[in-house]
Design a protein around this ligand. Structure first.
Ligand code: ATP
Ligand code: MG
Length: 189
């Protein structure tokens, strides 16, 4: 089974490229952001815990995330593979992912790191704010999310590199081109 991590800053297109890979290869898709927003919408106990963190642009504590992830992953074991979108976001989560996969005889196949300049990210997120109305897509919270990304998530690139699973993709103005590059890379695995 393929276990693909899509990695990048807020607004880097993790959801877009995940959807393209699902369409091309029939993978299952875990978007931790989507899972959390669904919990909030359904008014669950977990939803009530996580809402404050998301609205403040902060990460949800690792222990909650790790429990959620294992539950969702186990419902996807009979497909061709799983895309992890928005997880891991900390070194603790990365190690937990590695352990969880190992316990199931699996490993990270590849990490797709999306490089996008910060002005493009901000412009996209502000545009998305108007369309989707996400509470955390306002300029102040976006800036906090960038900070959280650079402090807590960006250092993971080195971890993925050491694991020998890092593959870099740089956005140069054309979404379709980068989709093509990612699909070619995944097809060659
Ligand atoms: P995009 O989806 O456009 O790349 P994003 O990365 O900011 O943007 P999501 O992945 O949807 O958006 O995450 C939204 C929020 O959900 C985060 O700011 C954080 O509060 C919470 N969250 C999502 N995944 C995790 C995680 N793995 N660990 C901790 N918090 C998370
Ligand atoms: Mg997303």
């Amino acid at each position: 089974m393929d276990n693909i991590v899509i990695f990048g800053a807020p607004g880097s297109g993790k959801g877009t490229y995940s959807t393209a890979l699902v369409k091309e290869f029939g993978y299952n898709h875990i978007s931790t952001g989507d899972v959390l927003r669904a919990e909030i919408k359904a008014g669950t106990k977990l939803g009530k815990i996580v809402k404050g963190y998301i609205d403040q642009g902060q990460l949800i504590p690792d222990e909650h995330m790790i429990d959620i992830l294992a539950g969702v992953y186990d419902s996807m074991l009979d497909g061709p593979g799983v895309i992890f979108d928005g997880f891991p976001r900390t070194i603790v989560q990365a190690k937990a992912l590695k352990d969880m996969l190992q316990e199931r005889g699996e490993k990270i196949t590849i990490t797709i790191n999306l490089n996008v300049s910060e002005d493009v990210l901000m412009e996209r997120l502000l545009r998305r704010a108007k369309i989707e109305g996400r509470a955390d897509d306002n300029e102040e919270t976006i800036k906090k999310r960038f900070k959280v990304y650079y402090n807590q998530t960006y250092p993971l690139i080195e971890w993925f590199k050491n694991e020998g699973v890092l593959s870099e993709f740089t956005f140069k103005g054309d979404t379709n081109l980068i989709i093509k590059e990612i699909i070619e890379k995944v097809a060659s695995l």
